[in-house]
Design a protein around this ligand. Structure first.
Ligand SMILES: Cc1cc2nc3c(=O)[nH]c(=O)nc-3n(C[C@H](O)[C@H](O)[C@H](O)COP(=O)(O)O)c2cc1C
Length: 236
């Protein structure tokens, strides 16, 4: 089988890891694979916290409700949807385009798109701008096919969560391909874990925590079950 498919089909949510240290070179490859995932408007609206020092691991594992994958992992990767980084990201991309010799027209196009993006993604105080956007887009949609931008802060976070989740899947498949195992988890105390990482309630939301390490030889994987293809796919 193709190597990528092999990693994809072999990946399991592993519940017990053996104590091994993940070398820095593997850590960097795994995180690099994560950030190569596609993201909406290439805005990469996420931040990964790689927790590996034993004191911090102990606290983070406790905040993952003491779950076995968290308690035995070599590292915990907290994947955070980050909507506070958008302006800096488009600015960084603009600077990269200038340095890389993109034409003036292409740079102007990007500046225009980034400006529209900033306006569309801004919920405004008390979500008032979101309500105005909703009314305008709904009206236009009565006679024209248009995509609805995220309106309120929760919609923007939901938008960021999609791209964050794709990066998480890349991260898990890369770990598998490099001989490691993972377990994605959403069983955690979001409020306490956010505070532990110094996250902002306004801009950040933890999407999942990924336990990463080497599967314990003592851990027996249960058989893998999936719904049949025709229950999950509609071919039109
Ligand atoms: C978003 C998400 C949250 C999950 N949360 C947990 C969790 O908190 N604890 C856990 O042990 N497994 C968790 N899992 C793992 C699933 O239980 C597992 O992927 C599923 O049972 C299928 O098993 P498989 O991945 O080995 O095929 C989570 C998976 C996803 C995608």
């Amino acid at each position: 089988m193709n190597d990528i498919l092999e990693a994809l089909f072999h990946r399991r949510a592993v519940k017990v890891f053996e104590p091994v240290k993940i070398p820095q070179v593997l850590r960097e490859q795994i995180l690099d694979a994560a950030r190569h995932a596609p993201s909406s408007f290439n805005m990469q609206p996420y931040r990964f916290f790689w927790v590996e020092s034993s004191a911090r691991m102990a606290t983070a594992a406790k905040l993952c409700l003491g779950q076995m994958p968290a308690a035995t992992a070599s590292a915990l990767v907290v994947a955070v949807a980050d909507i506070g980084s958008l302006a800096a990201t488009s600015q960084a991309q603009l600077e990269w385009m200038r340095r890389s010799g993109f034409s003036h027209a292409k740079i102007r196009d990007y500046e225009r798109t980034a400006k529209i993006g900033r306006i569309l993604f801004m919920p405004g105080p008390l979500g008032i701008f979101g309500a105005v956007k909703w009314a305008i887009f709904r009206l236009v949609n009565l006679w024209k096919a248009i995509g609805m931008p995220p309106l309120f802060r929760q919609d923007v976070l939901k938008w960021a969560t999609k791209s964050t989740s794709l990066a998480c899947e890349n991260l898990m498949i890369a770990a598998e391909a490099l001989g490691l195992n993972t377990c994605p988890m959403e069983g955690f105390d979001s409020r306490r874990l956010s505070r532990f990482l110094g996250l902002s309630v306004r801009y950040h939301e933890i999407v999942m925590v990924i336990a990463i390490g080497k599967k314990s030889p003592a851990y027996a994987e249960p058989p893998q079950w999936r719904r049949p293809l025709d229950a999950t796919v509609t071919v039109l």
